[in-house]
Design a protein around this ligand. Structure first.
Ligand SMILES: CC(C)(COP(=O)(O)OP(=O)(O)OC[C@H]1O[C@@H](n2cnc3c(N)ncnc32)[C@H](O)[C@@H]1OP(=O)(O)O)[C@@H](O)C(=O)NCCC(=O)NCCS
Length: 185
């Protein structure tokens, strides 16, 4: 598997046919995964899933599978899609047995820094069902704020911290360096 980057407990690898059965199990878990990520409740066949993976593998978009570093187990998939004007949309699905272990928070936070620092994005947006409080909790913990709402969904976004803040921090650090010397005089 081709690792692209990592976080404390997760390797982010390119999608691969090796994980076909894990993907299929996850996307066909209607109660614990699928109802949160798509409107239709149909199950995908192995042929459909293979075709989808092949299209992803060829294009090499920022679409990653997450592998638990300590065990090698499949955790889920995370992607930055529809990249346009330095903005992208976040998508994530974690397989049922790896949910509620902090992987959502860890991976969303990591892919945001990958998007901002490596891909040069300035903004990441997402759409989440109103009835998905766990996902909303994760996105808020990672710094997303609500930008708008529809009857069913909440739109959220996170914007890259402007350069000005770094300048302010640099100014504060410089002041902190100077002050002790002044105090010693
Ligand atoms: C949503 C998802 C990405 C979250 O990832 P995760 O690894 O399960 O979540 P984490 O363990 O990182 O964090 C869950 C947080 O939600 C909180 N939470 C769980 N259920 C909650 C609820 N009903 N209401 C409010 N908060 C809730 C937890 O307390 C935890 O916060 P804490 O760490 O501060 O205690 C993952 O569960 C998933 O893929 N679910 C199925 C598909 C999906 O919903 N995708 C997102 C579509 S927008």
């Amino acid at each position: 598997m081709e690792k692209v980057f990592e976080s404390e407990r997760i390797n982010f690898v390119r999608m691969t046919e090796e994980l076909l059965h894990d993907y299929l199990e996850m996307v066909n878990d209607l109660e614990r995964v699928a109802r949160f990520i798509r409107r239709n409740a149909e199950r995908y066949t192995i042929a459909e899933e293979r075709e989808y993976i092949q299209s992803i593998v060829e294009d090499k978009p920022p679409f990653f599978s997450m592998i638990e570093r300590k065990s090698g187990d499949f955790i889920g998939n995370i992607e930055l899609r529809n990249i346009k004007d330095s903005a992208a949309e976040l998508g994530i699905a974690i397989t049922a047995k790896k949910q509620d272990l902090g992987y959502g928070t860890e991976s969303v936070s990591r892919i945001i820094s990958y998007g901002f620092d490596t891909l040069g994005l300035n903004k990441v947006t997402l759409r989440v069902h109103q009835d998905n409080p766990r996902a909303i909790c994760v996105y808020q913990k990672c710094g997303f704020t609500v930008s708008s709402r529809t009857e069913d969904d909440i739109m959220m976004e996170i914007v890259k911290r402007p350069q000005l803040l770094r300048t302010e921090n640099a100014a504060i650090s410089a002041a902190e360096l100077v002050l002790p010397r002044q105090a010693a005089l």
